[in-house]
Design a protein around this ligand. Structure first.
Ligand code: SF4
Length: 468
């Protein structure tokens, strides 16, 4: 059994895509480590296959690879300098790898092969040469949520620590919570304590929640048009400005206080939840800093529901945020183990569907739900995302992605409320059944609906691709 930490599900990163930006970025960072013992390299070539090639340009895969080869880390790179760094490489044809200059022509050395590689729909191969001689070659699969697989990493993952509560499915969660009379987040905490100290856990939780909140706030403060050629206007700031015209705010805290003291009318709360989700995904589309949760395309759902809880419910402080994120994160782990969190494998049900299920469970726990009700909420949220396709227009994580996060957030809140008002023991569908069902649908779904931009909205909207 693979032991996955919730901190692998929530990663601080850069938009727009976890599988097409963060995964290739991490692969490049890993490959560069393999080059340490080699003195002379003349050329590096990267081959992208399948979905990575088909939507890689819109998902900034080439930029991510350049940044990874140069050693920049997704969680710490200055996001305002990304375009400048990449442009410099494109103009100079020089890449600095481990303090050495390498001739690198982006158009020649990053190759987009639109056919599928047998290993995975998101496969990439790195090769290093001296002259014509191949010195090093490494194949990676970007399997969703920024996770990557290759032989070296696979070997390492076998030696992962054993959790005191090894969880493979929803039934395991119920066994442990019932036997020990604990909440889902308590069980997750015991598992996480085998990987890091309590202090480190608290620091990580504070950093993740701060990054989520800041991505909302920045999205609500930024106007303009998103990059990529689709000319999508940012909407979060416009909605936010309209909703906040009754109070003055110059800081984030004043802004939050103003919202908290404002109207609790259903339509106002609904607009705020949508605005929060739009804000994060607009930041994501502009290569801003976000928290992958469990993917970048779906990064707006959990922050939006978490801020809804903070501002509109009976907020109990950072300990409650920890419970929310632990429970939500464990649901993400269940989907990764039992199905997929990769849109190239399972469509958007694997992204926005999973994030909605995660948010529903997290919200249910902090609103006082039992473990059974948390799992029921996750099941309800996913049940109504089953079959959702991935069809991003011109390969950008913008249409339908940005709006879709608002739907994921609203469904999560509805699912939590339904579960809290229900007898979970009478539920007809359980979480494990819905995960199995999602996986069946993923396997049956046509490739054109799996992050290839070859079906759905991506072909029915008459938009001319800027690269054509
Ligand atoms: S349609 Fe969904 S899965 Fe596909 S890129 Fe957009 S958010 Fe991600």
């Amino acid at each position: 059994m693979q032991a996955i930490s919730v901190f692998d599900i929530f990663k601080i990163g850069v938009g727009p895509s976890s599988s097409h930006t963060l995964g290739p970025w991490n692969a490049a960072l890993t490959f560069v480590q393999q080059l340490l013992e080699i003195d002379v390299i003349d050329r590096i070539q990267i081959d992208l296959y399948g979905s990575l090639a088909k939507t890689g340009k819109g998902h900034a895969t080439d930029k991510a690879i350049i940044l990874g080869l140069m050693g920049y880390q997704p969680k710490s790179v200055n996001v305002t300098q990304i375009n400048e760094i990449v442009l410099k490489v494109q103009k100079s044809n020089i890449l600095i790898i481990q303090s050495k200059e390498l001739h690198f022509e982006v158009a020649r050395d990053i190759i987009f092969n639109s056919y599928m590689h047998e290993r995975h729909p998101n496969t990439l191969v790195f090769r290093a040469f001296v002259g014509e001689k191949l010195l090093k070659q490494q194949l990676f699969a970007s399997v969703g949520g920024g996770f990557i697989e290759n032989e070296i990493l696979d070997q390492k993952s076998h030696s992962l620590v054993c959790f005191p509560f090894p969880i493979n499915n929803g039934a395991d969660i119920l066994t442990y919570t019932r036997k020990n009379d604990r909440s889902i987040s308590d069980i997750v905490l015991q598992n996480e304590l085998t990987l890091r100290t309590n202090k480190e856990i608290n620091q990580q939780i504070a950093l993740i929640s701060e990054t989520m909140l800041e991505s909302i706030y920045q999205g609500c403060c930024t106007e303009g048009t998103l990059p990529g050629g689709l000319n999508v206007s940012r909407r979060a700031k416009k909605i936010c400005d309209k909703l906040t015209d009754s109070f003055v705010h110059t800081t984030r805290n004043e802004w939050m206080l103003g919202i908290q003291n404002g109207s609790k009318d259903f339509s106002i709360i609904n607009k705020w939840v949508s605005c929060f989700a739009l804000a994060v995904n607009e930041q994501n589309a502009a290569m801003g800093r976000i928290v992958t949760s469990p993917t970048n395309g779906a990064a707006g759902v959990i922050p939006s529901v978490l801020l809804y809880y903070t501002l509109f419910c009976d907020y109990g402080g950072i300990e409650e945020v920890k419970k929310f994120l632990f429970t939500a994160g464990e649901i993400g782990c269940l989907f990764k183990k039992g199905a997929t969190i990769s849109a190239a494998v399972g469509g958007c049900q694997a992204e926005v569907g999973v994030s909605s299920a995660m948010a529903a469970a997290g919200l249910t726990e902090v609103l006082g739900g039992s473990p059974e009700q948390c799992l029921m909420a996750a099941e309800i949220a996913m049940e109504h995302h089953l079959g959702l396709t991935c069809d991003p227009v011109i390969g950008l994580v913008q249409v339908p992605c940005i709006e879709r996060n608002t739907m994921g957030a609203i469904k999560a809140i509805t699912a939590a409320n339904l579960a809290l008002e229900s007898d979970a023991s009478a539920a007809i569908v359980n979480i494990d059944t819905v995960i199995d069902t999602m996986w069946d649908i993923a396997k049956d779904m046509h490739t054109k609906y799996k992050e290839t931009s070859e079906g759905g909205l991506a072909i029915n909207l008459s938009v001319i691709h800027p690269n054509c």
